[in-house]
Design a protein around this ligand. Structure first.
Ligand SMILES: C[S+](C)CC[C@H](N)C(=O)O
Ligand SMILES: N[C@@H](CCS)C(=O)O
Ligand SMILES: [Zn+2]
Length: 346
């Protein structure tokens, strides 16, 4: 991850809200599968389908984020679980295929992005040796058990005593195995709401000898602890102790809480720190809608970026309710701090 960040110029840009963009393009995510519903019903909403007629051009979310400057795009598997698919009547084999599909869509978007960029560059630049293009990783999203519950539990982290370490490991095991073999560059464990789930992920990575790296990203609603009330230091320490974890951080958390959380994480790990906050709005899990009043506009969001870098973050993006515009602005803010770009071999 450190090499990748170096290739990105010292700071890597993570994409923005995926579900947010699907909704903006008309998807109704009021479903237990939330954004993963589109994997079952309309993958074309997530993958750009470029045909000759402009009326057939669908907005493709991954590609929009790449064009906005993202170095890491995160697959649509956040709420894609084998158990959730089975509840919809899909077989285990079909569910595993959909998990792979979520990563394949992101990898295809990266290919389209590279080939388009190559075409644009080759039209204007004769010497291909000089072509510069930003590197891109695909992260396979793993949302928490609370995300699968589809009741906003990833913002409480309270699962009850019946849910043990073994419950969580068994819940995630096959999904993690499938995603690890999907062609993704890393597994993005996102919106981790408590210490128990972090421990379950760390043990799974080791027990299953997962061959691709992972990041652990927690969420907070007070700037001091993760949402369950567990200490961010303890959570980040679990990530620090796991050899497959190559970055640790915070996502889907209001921007105003991020600075202190970066400082707390830096005290317990030397691994790269990632942050991709949400807009600061609140999620109404019953209505499956965001309450707009508490959010910040892109300008305010981006005004934090310099301070987050100074506190130690080196991977920065956005989560729910952020858009390609947010990511474009982050990319611009980071490029003024970056030291280099890579040369791409076509
Ligand atoms: C990150 S939250 C907005 C995802 C959606 C939630 N798990 C739900 O199903 O309501
Ligand atoms: N990768 C997910 C995170 C939800 S918290 C998304 O952007 O929809
Ligand atoms: Zn989010």
């Amino acid at each position: 991850m450190t090499d990748f960040i170096g290739q990105c110029g010292g700071y890597a840009v993570i994409d923005g809200g995926l579900a947010t963009e699907l909704e903006r393009h008309g998807a109704n995510l009021n479903d237990p599968l939330w954004s993963a519903k589109c994997l079952v019903t309309s993958p074309q909403l997530i993958r750009r389908v470029t045909q000759l007629s402009p009326s057939h051009i669908f907005t493709l979310v991954h590609l929009d984020y790449l064009e906005a400057g993202a170095n890491i795009i995160i697959s649509s598997s956040y709420q894609a679980t084998l158990q959730g698919f089975e509840a919809k009547g899909l077989s285990r084999v079909e569910g595993e295929a959909l998990l792979r599909k979520s990563v394949e869509i992101a990898c295809e978007a990266r290919e389209i992005y590279y080939s388009r960029d190559a075409k644009v560059f080759s039209d204007v630049i004769e010497n291909r040796e000089n072509l510069k293009q930003h590197p891109v990783f695909v992260g396979a999203s793993v949302g928490s058990y609370g995300a699968y519950l589809a009741d906003g539990s990833e913002y409480s982290g309270i699962y009850g005593d019946a849910v043990t370490l073994e419950t969580l490991k068994d819940f995630h095991r096959r999904r993690v195995q499938v995603l690890a073999e999907s062609g993704a560059d890393l597994i993005a464990f996102e919106t981790i709401p408590n210490k128990l789930e972090a421990k379950a992920y760390a043990e799974l990575l080791q027990e299953e000898d997962i061959k691709i790296p992972a990041w652990f990203s927690f969420n907070s609603k007070d700037g001091t602890n993760v949402v369950s009330g567990d200490s961010i230091s303890e959570c980040a320490s679990i990530a620090d102790s796991c050899k497959q974890v190559v970055a640790v951080g915070i996502n889907c958390t209001p921007p105003r809480f991020i600075h202190g959380l970066i400082q707390a994480i830096r005290e317990v790990t030397a691994k790269p720190i990632l942050i991709y906050p949400n807009s600061g709005e609140t999620y109404d899990a019953d209505r499956k809608e965001w309450v707009q009043s508490t959010g910040v506009v892109d300008e305010d969001f981006v005004s934090y970026v310099g301070k987050w870098c100074e506190a130690g973050a080196s991977l920065i993006g956005g989560c729910c309710r952020t858009t390609p515009n947010t990511i474009r602005a982050i990319s611009k803010a980071l490029s003024s701090r970056s030291s280099s770009v890579t040369t791409l071999e076509f």
